[in-house]
Design a protein around this ligand. Structure first.
Ligand SMILES: Cc1ncc(COP(=O)(O)O)c(C=O)c1O
Length: 470
């Protein structure tokens, strides 16, 4: 899975040759119209511009490098927890959460009320004065990190947080080189683009000085991988001869990393940036821990947070040690909006909602349930190559067949994806070939929602098999 938007679905995908596999005669065993779980919320009537006018403005006045999902892009109007409503009042189960950002639910009532109160009190001062909310928030956020990660910088976006982390690592170590995983997304700023390793995001201008990549330990598509590699309820179907407690794939990928150290960088480096699972693993989403790095039993020197931190409010953070922070304190460092009273109140309300609504536990219970249900579809359909993840951080990789593991051609994946949308389920996309469905919903979804989503996906797969059999 790649981060960010993922490479672009329509007409932007590198293709693999199609491997033909034995077609089965597919008989429909699933309902043709899976029934959405009920929802009491009634959206307001849409009163803004007509769809066509919105499209025209988009063509004329909005950045053409922003691409949209779906043949007929959705015009969304309102959100409530795990649900989105379009301009015609149609309801969708949102399994992508604004690219893994709406952590506790769209317009979560408690976060909304806290934000509204702060909106009426004080929006902005900059940090040349003190205001209580940054202190309350910094204390709350720091309490969730192990020692010595106790110093917080608040920024406005993930790219800015990663920029700052790179800068700090370089300043503190007096080294320049940073290594990232191939296939990763770390942002679109000129600095972070050097770490981002997804072709379509690369532009033909000089960038990425001091940035090198190393092989991603992808135990499904990579050269090594077996049945016991993952910290996940679902393993790959690859054959494996490892005995218990031994993982040859792990050793091989570490060798690749050593190779990068020996061939691509100087003796000492400024840092290695990695996501615990490619892509967003913080705020309880993996279920077992609050932060993804905790599942690996390591304490990084710097942690960056974005996306789910603000449930959609633009904010991000860098968390580090006092010692590293002191290296940046040799000179001034300042940003205007980071840590605004508004952002800090939102951030604190999100942390409260995660705790009060039991969302880490919900991620573990509902996520594990979903992973296991999806694994049944992987066992049934040849084109579902892999199901992976932890908690509510799930990837479903589509292939031509399980043997070759070649990505399913774009037009076939696109149709399955469109069908899911038409039945009311929004999925994300990712992977170098855009071959992976990304499922990272607001952490408030229920098992009933999962049953619905799995039935929709099942129906879309069934329809695909019926088309392929014609
Ligand atoms: C893993 C990761 N890092 C960094 C970023 C960049 O964050 P932003 O878009 O807020 O700049 C993203 C965004 O998709 C991301 O997924």
């Amino acid at each position: 899975m790649s981060g960010g938007l993922g490479p672009l679905p329509w007409g932007y995908v590198r293709r693999f040759g199609r491997v033909v596999f034995r077609q089965q005669q597919w008989k429909s065993t699933v309902s043709t119209h899976p029934k959405m779980p009920p929802c009491d919320f009634v959206p307001e009537k849409y009163k803004s511009y007509p769809y066509e006018r919105i499209q025209k403005i988009r063509e004329q006045n909005i950045s053409p490098s922003l691409r949209m999902y779906y043949k007929k892009p959705l015009l969304l109007h309102q959100g409530h927890m795990q649900w989105l409503f379009d301009y015609e009042g149609r309801r969708y189960l949102d399994l992508f959460a604004g690219i893994v950002t709406v952590s506790v639910g769209h317009c979560h009532p408690k976060v909304t009320v806290a934000t509204q109160k702060q909106l009426a009190r004080l929006w902005h001062t900059t940090n040349i004065y003190m205001h209580p909310s940054i202190h309350e928030y910094a204390e709350k956020l720091a309490s969730l990190f192990p020692d010595p990660l106790k110093v917080i910088y608040l920024t406005n976006s993930g790219s800015e947080a990663n920029d700052l982390a790179m800068f700090m690592a370089r300043l503190h170590t007096h080294n320049f080189d940073i290594i990232s995983f191939r296939g990763s997304y770390h942002g679109g700023s000129p600095y972070t683009l050097g770490l981002t390793s997804i072709g379509p995001y690369k532009h033909g201008v000089a960038n990425g000085f001091g940035c090198s990549t190393t092989m991603l330990p992808d135990v499904f598509r990579g050269p090594w991988g077996g049945r016991h590699c993952r910290d996940s309820p679902v393993q790959t179907l690859r054959k494996c001869s490892c005995s218990k407690g031994v993982c040859h794939a792990n050793n091989q990928y570490i060798e690749q990393f050593k190779d990068t150290l020996n061939t691509s960088v100087p003796k000492t480096i400024a840092g290695f940036i990695a996501e615990p699972i490619q892509v967003q693993t913080g705020f309880g989403r993996t279920g077992s821990h609050f932060w993804g790095f905790q599942t690996h039993d390591v304490v990084p020197d710097i942690v960056t947070l974005a996306k789910g931190i603000g449930n959609g409010f633009p904010m991000a953070a860098v968390v580090t040690t006092k010692e590293i922070a002191n290296s940046l304190a040799q000179n001034l460092h300042f940003n205007t909006f980071g840590g605004s009273p508004l952002a800090c109140v939102v951030g604190a309300a999100v942390l409260d909602a995660i705790e009060e609504d039991g969302l880490q536990k919900n991620s573990r219970d509902v996520g594990t349930y979903m992973l296991l249900e999806l694994a049944k579809l992987r066992d049934k359909f040849e084109i579902v190559g892999d199901v992976r993840g932890k908690g509510l951080m799930i990837g479903v990789e589509m292939v031509t067949d399980k043997h070759s593991r070649h990505p399913l051609p774009a037009e076939e994946i696109n149709q399955i994806w469109e069908d899911c949308k038409d039945m009311g389920v929004l999925l994300g996309r990712g992977g170098l070939y855009n071959q992976t469905f990304r499922i990272k919903p607001p952490m408030c979804i229920t098992k009933k929602d999962v049953d619905f989503a799995v039935e929709v996906f099942h129906t879309a797969l069934q329809r695909h098999m019926e088309r392929a059999a014609k």
